[in-house]
Every structure is written in C-alpha cells, then in structure tokens.
Design a protein. Structure first.
Length: 589
C-alpha cells in the first residue's frame, strides 16, 4: 500500500467495501456544496427584490423565495442520505477490514509476533480499523465540500471585484495550515501514549480479572498493581495533555483570527457596495455566507483536517502492518507421512531475534520412530525452543532439521503442522461448550467413541457427568449458564484435546504442571498407554513422567549433555541423577 497518496487509498478502500454507499456519500456532499452556492445567489436575488419593494419600484420575487425553500429541503434530504450512506459504508468496511487484519496476522512470521515494537503497532491497527478508514474518506469529502464552498464565494465575489475575491481566499489560508500542524502533533502524542496505555491496560486486567484473585489479596498485589497502573496511565495522559495544550492554544488563535477575517472581508466588500459594483442584496448574502463559512471552518474544518492527518498517520501504521514479513511457501513442497521413521538435528544452532546468545548451540541428535522421548533440563536449557524449531515456528536456524530425511524448511507448513499435536503448559481455555473445547467441529460416531475412551482414561468422564448439559455445557463465564472448571480440570481438558487429535508426533510441554504428583503419575501411565504406537516428546523439568519414556535426553545450554534410559542415567551420576535426587521424594511411593 503506497503511503505517498493516502487520499487515493481512502477512496479506493471505501469503494471496494461498498460502491453504492461510497458513491452516495460523494453525491450527497456534491449536492450540499451546490446548495450552498445556490442559496447565496437566491437570497441575494430575494433581498434585492425586497429592497425594491420597499422603495415602491418592484415586487417581491416569489420564485426566489420558493427556490430557497426547495434548496433547504434538498440540503436536509441530502444530509439524511449522507448519514445512511456513511453507516452502510462503515458496516461494510468493518467486516472487510477486520477479516483483512485477522488474515494478515495469521500470515505474519512467528518471530515478528514476538517483537515488542510490532505488538505496539498491532495494538494501534487491529482495534476495529473501519472508523479510521471511513473518517479518512469522510474527511476528504468534507474538505472537498469546503473547497467547493470557497470556490462559490470566490466566483460570486469575483463577478464584482476579482481582486477582493483573491484577498478573501488569502484570509482563509491560515486555517488549513494550523489545522494540519495540530493533526500531526495530536497523532504523534497518540502514538507515544499508546504504549503506556497498553501497559496500563495489562495492570488493570491483573487487578480486575477473576483469575488468581485470592493470590492478589493474600500477597497484597492490589496496591502494587494500582501504583503500576497509575504510573503508566499518568504518563500516557501527560503526553496527550501536553499536546492538547498546544492544540487548544492554536484553536484559540483560530477563533480570534475568525473574527478578524470576517470583519476584514466585510469591510473590504463594503467598498464594492459603495461603488455600486455590488447590489445590497448580494452584499448581505455574501457576508452571511462568509460568516457561516468561516464559523464552520473555525468549528469543523480544523478538526476535520486534524482527523484527516491522524487518518494518514494511521494509514502509515496500517501500511507498516501490512508490510510485516509473512510466512511463505516458496521452496516448500507437499509432504505425506504415514509413519515417523527418523527425526534428525544436524549441527543446529539458533538464537532469538532479540538476542545474540545461542539458545540451541551446535546440537546433534537422532531420534527414531514410534518411540517416546523425554526432554529434560532446567529452565532455559532449550527444551521448548527445540520443539518450536521442529514444528516450524522458527526457520532462521543454522544446520538441518530432518523428518524422514526431509528438511522441515522444505515442507509445506500446513503439512508440517498437521504432523503435530501439542499440549502446552500455557494451555488455552475456550469459553465455549465442553465438546468444542475438545474438537471445534462436529464428529463422527467413531470419533465420539474414541473421545469417550480418552475422557474415561484421564478421569474426565466423572467430571462430565456432573455438568448440567453434559458435552453441550458451556464452560467459563462468557455464557450466563457457563460452568467454570478448576485449574487441574482445565488442564486435563487440554490434555484430552491433545490426545484426541490424530497426529504423527505428540508433544507434551509440561502437561502436568497444575496436577499433583499422584494424579501426575496416573496421567503419565495414560500417556504411555494412549501413545504406545506413537512418536512422542515429553518436555518437563519434573521427572516423574520421564521414566515412561523410551529414552531421556538431558539438555543444558542448548546442548545434549546426557542421553539414555532412566536407569542408565541414574548410573551415570550426572545432571539427570542430580535433578532426580532433588525430586525423588515426590515419586518414591
């Protein structure tokens, strides 16, 4: 999207969303500007006829009077049609742009989503973007209408004195200059304050959400959160207040300039009246039109140009958002895999974009099909990062990662991610029905039977029996009849979702973090049974489940430091033995 011609983009986007509505807005504004010029001429003609009537040398021009009534009626109708057209375009833009923003966000490279500056950018862009676009198009039409009105004034005055007509236009220029500067400063302040408002909103959500309320009370996080919120919110408000003081100062100057401008024009035009180059009716009608025009400029034109400048800056953000690098399928081919035979990491190194320290450092590892591997190690050892590389979230690594001999960067992303079913530690809670938390779409009878087996095996069947509408019970608080689950129950539901999904590789990323050691041992036995013929990764720093793995891989500083079975690693008396001794009391029973 080209930043150089923003007004064209506002027009194009509005017409793309709703041709009839956008054209309706344009035509009604054209009618309004024509009505303004006709009103000046007709009032002048009517006043001249009235003056002649008072001097007993003419009659009242009834035709002009009726024409004025018709013009007023036309203005009222066009205003109503304009509002209806604008509403129609706004609704169409809201639908099309929201889908456009969501689609773009889904295509953005994963590493771009982790950059702080991009989150600030998306915060400014993704909240319903349609008002910005409709405002941009509306501002263009408003400015165009005002230009046409100024043209009518110029043409009308020029019929009497073209020099005075030029002087009148020169008096109007300061309005546009000050309005543009105001718009630029206001949006710059908005851009700077957005970051502080976003942080303030985070602390407000901490204070107001229903999760962890007991912890907030016990550990006195309310006062801390309020201080943090107040600090960020105050900084944001201070930034906007500072900009507003300048803007309001200029607006006050515009009001003074308005009085000076209208008075000066009236005085200059008086010379034309005294020289009989302009009739009394035309003089009065022009002065009335100029007063209305200047008053409207001081009240609405400056805010209109400010709004348009803000819309142009928004368009800059929108263009930057649309320019964020996307996932591409270039160089990727389809991949059909009925069974995992090998997964190989060959001299793989990786650092996150925001840092230079390698998270994965020249790692070599070969894994074989239909086996279960436990990735263990302290926090920051590279366990989850390794899986992110394997699943294709990051492709800027050195070395090779191969699935059945095929480099993952050459596999179509849809085919690659179809291979995996992942249960994350930070699992999702979907506030919809119990069944849709397992699978979003309707299932077959055969799949329903499989779901029931999984629910029974992990202990969710009893919980399901307590829900008032069974599988159709809404969960969470979004629905008035929703039922909330405990943290452990939500996690069991996430585990069930991962087990039900038909995949070639299962990844369990700290899946039992919210579950006690006894329940954890039961869950791991279920994993072992459910995944007996599956390739699986178990990522954990709690070693209770590591024993179910066919092989345990110990990571430290992005490298494999130990590898073997539970018994083999204990005999080595290395890092795994040290970690296990620290946790042994959890699992002795």
């Amino acid at each position: 999207m080209r930043k150089k011609y923003p007004r064209i983009q506002f027009i194009i986007k509005s017409f793309q969303a709703d041709k009839i509505g956008a054209l309706g807005m344009f035509l009604t504004k054209l009618v309004a500007s024509i009505s303004y010029g006709l009103e000046i001429l007709l009032i002048a003609k009517l006043l001249d006829s009235l003056i002649l009537t008072f001097t007993n040398s003419g009659t009242v021009d009834i035709g002009s009077f009726l024409a004025i009534i018709l013009v007023w009626l036309m203005k009222s109708v066009s205003e109503l049609l304009y509002k209806a057209s604008k509403e129609h375009v706004s609704n169409s833009l809201s639908k099309s742009l929201s889908l456009e923003v969501l689609s773009k966000k889904q295509r953005i490279q994963y590493q771009e989503l982790e950059k702080k500056e991009n989150w600030d950018l998306m915060e400014r862009v993704q909240a319903d973007p349609s008002p910005k676009w409709i405002e941009g198009y509306q501002n263009l039409l408003d400015i165009w209408e005002d230009v046409l009105r100024a043209g009518w004034i110029f043409i009308t005055i020029a019929t009497a004195q073209w020099v005075i007509a030029i002087l009148t236009l020169l008096f109007l220029l300061p309005y546009g200059i000050l309005a543009v500067r105001n718009g630029q400063e206001e949006y710059t302040a908005y851009e700077e304050s957005t970051r502080h408002f976003r942080i303030a909103d985070y602390f407000r959500s901490i204070l107001s959400n229903r999760e962890n309320v007991e912890e907030r009370i016990l550990f006195h996080y309310q006062d801390w959160g309020k201080r943090k919120w107040k600090n960020e919110y105050s900084q944001a408000v201070q930034i906007e207040r500072k900009a507003n003081r300048k803007i309001f100062g200029r607006m006050g100057g515009l009001d003074i300039l308005s009085a000076v401008t209208t008075g000066s024009i009236a005085f200059i035009l008086l010379w034309s009246l005294l020289n009989a180059s302009m009739t009394s009716g035309l003089y009065i009608s022009i002065i009335k039109g100029i007063f209305e025009f200047v008053d409207e400029m001081s009240v609405s034109l400056a805010p209109t140009v400010i709004s348009f400048e803000k819309s142009k800056y928004y368009l800059r953000d929108y263009s930057a958002f649309q320019s964020l690098p996307e996932e591409t399928e270039e160089g990727r081919e389809p991949f059909v895999c009925d069974q995992i035979e090998t997964i190989e990491f060959k001299d793989v190194s990786f650092s996150y974009p925001s840092g230079n320290t390698p998270i994965i450092d020249h790692l070599h590892l070969t894994l074989y099909g239909n086996r279960k591997y436990a990735l263990v190690g302290e926090n920051g050892a590279g366990k989850t990062t390794l899986i992110k590389l394997l699943t294709g979230f990051y492709s800027q690594y050195e070395g090779e990662i191969l699935i059945n001999g095929r480099e993952v960067r050459t596999i179509k992303r849809e085919d690659l991610r179809r291979l995996f079913s992942v249960v994350y530690q930070n699992y999702a809670k979907y506030e919809t029905t119990f069944s849709q938390n397992l699978l979003p779409n309707p299932t077959s009878d055969e799949k329903d039977e499989e779901i029931q087996k999984v629910l029974t095996s992990i202990g969710l069947r009893d919980i399901l029996g307590q829900l008032p509408m069974g599988m159709h019970t809404p969960l969470g608080k979004l629905d008035p009849e929703g039922v909330d689950l405990s943290g452990g129950q939500w996690q069991l539901l996430a585990i069930a979702r991962g087990l039900i999904n038909d995949a070639r590789i299962y990844v369990l990323d700290e899946p039992t973090a919210s579950i006690d050691p006894i329940k954890e041992a039961e869950i791991y036995r279920i994993f072992k049974q459910a995944l007996q013929n599956k390739f699986a990764f178990l990522i954990t720093h709690r070693l209770g489940g590591a024993r179910i793995a066919d092989e345990i891989i110990v990571l430290k500083d992005g490298k494999v430091v130990e590898q073997g079975t539970h018994e083999e690693l204990l005999r080595q008396s290395g890092k795994y033995h040290e970690m296990y001794q620290e946790q042994k009391s959890w699992y002795e029973k």
